[in-house]
Structure formats: C-alpha cells, structure tokens
Design a protein around this ligand. Structure first.
Ligand SMILES: [Zn+2]
Length: 208
C-alpha cells in the first residue's frame, strides 16, 4: 500500500501540472483506507490519483439536486452542483484545509455566487461554497474536515435557498456529486449523521 501511495502522489503531481485532463475523465473510486482515489480515464492513462484524508459531505441532510454539474447555461457551463437546503442549514468543510476566501462575490452580494467561501485542501484540491447566508470562518482560518464553515442561503444569482458546491483538482472542476452520493445526501443511500464521524466505518463520505 505504501508503494501505491508513493506512486499515486507522483501521479497527482503529474495531473496538477497537466492541462489536458478533462473533468469528465476523472472518476472517483472509493477504496478501503482513509483516502479518496480518482481513476483517471483520460488519454494520459495516469491510472490512479489519490487524495489523502476523508471527504465529508458539505451538507448532512438529504437534498434535491436543483442543477447538476456541467449543466449548459447561456454562455457557460455550470461548474458545480446545486443542492436544495433550507436557509441557515449548516455547511461543513469537506477536508482539512485553509480558507482562502470568505467574502461576497466581487460583483456584489446580489450577483454571482453571493456570499462565498473557498477552501484550499492542499495537493491541488480546492472547494468553493456559494450563495451562503452567513459565514462561520474567515480568510486565513484553518479548518478540519467536518467543521461548520457557514450556512446556506439565497444570496447572489440564486432563485431558491441552496448550496452551490464546486470541487477542483489541479485547477480543473470535477463533478462533486460523488461526495454527496457516498454519504446519502443525494441518491438512495442511508444518511450518515455527522455525529458518527469518529467511527471510521460509518463516517463519511469517501473512505478510500
Ligand atoms: Zn449552481
């Protein structure tokens, strides 16, 4: 397994340096240690890309998918997933990381993503949370997986309270639906309460 991890780290670095891997060519694979593994099915044939650590679902209750990843919009593609959530629903950090932004969209609170939080998870991985009603963190804060970072809302270009969640690897947005599916937030799986997070068997989200 050690050898596998070493190889995977090198592959991740290759991915980060690459601009040719397309989002839809990276597929997450759930494995049996505490990591998230992505299978790269692009022409580069990088095999596996491994991200250390758990991935916690940003929401901990079931929610309707209002808009999927890559949905075609006028002039652009939707770079995240929209999950319906009542105003004020807690939002959780998906992994350990550093808050790089906790502020309104540069165009204003009523435009774009409204109140937004960006978190750098290291290893070229970043998450963005949008349309919030309130912040639980500020730029520069270090967060742990499962920490409450803010609360859902309807700010920015939004017509109903929901969380817009984006997930990037090496600057490339990928479909984050797997994070919600693995913890039963969307789909038919059983929801795992956040209070069980110390039990490795039931915690999560993605146990790799
Ligand atoms: Zn959205």
């Amino acid at each position: 397994m050690k050898q596998f991890k070493k190889v995977s780290c090198i592959l991740l670095m290759l991915l980060v340096c690459s601009t040719v891997v397309q989002a839809e060519e990276i597929t997450p694979v759930v494995t049996n240690d505490q990591t998230t593994v992505y299978r790269d099915t692009s022409e580069m044939k990088l095999d596996y890309i491994q991200i250390p650590g758990f991935l916690v679902s940003p929401l901990q209750q079931k929610g309707e998918v209002l808009a999927p990843f890559n949905q075609s919009r006028i002039g652009y593609f939707h770079q995240g997933i929209d999950i319906r959530a009542a105003e004020g629903t807690p939002i959780f950090a998906s992994a350990d990381g550093t808050v790089t932004k906790a502020a309104p969209d540069s165009k204003g609170v009523t435009k774009g993503g409204g109140h937004m939080i960006f978190i750098d998870y290291g290893n070229g991985v970043e998450a963005r949370y949008m349309h919030l009603s309130a912040y639980g963190v500020k730029a520069g804060d270090h967060v742990k997986a499962g920490d409450i970072i803010g609360f859902t809302g309807n700010t920015g270009d939004s017509s109903a309270p929901h969380l817009h969640f984006e997930y990037y690897i090496g600057g490339q947005a990928i479909d984050p639906a797997f994070i919600f599916e693995a913890s039963g937030i969307i789909g038919d799986e059983v929801v795992v309460p956040i209070s069980q997070k110390n039990n490795e068997e039931s915690f999560l989200v993605i146990q790799g």
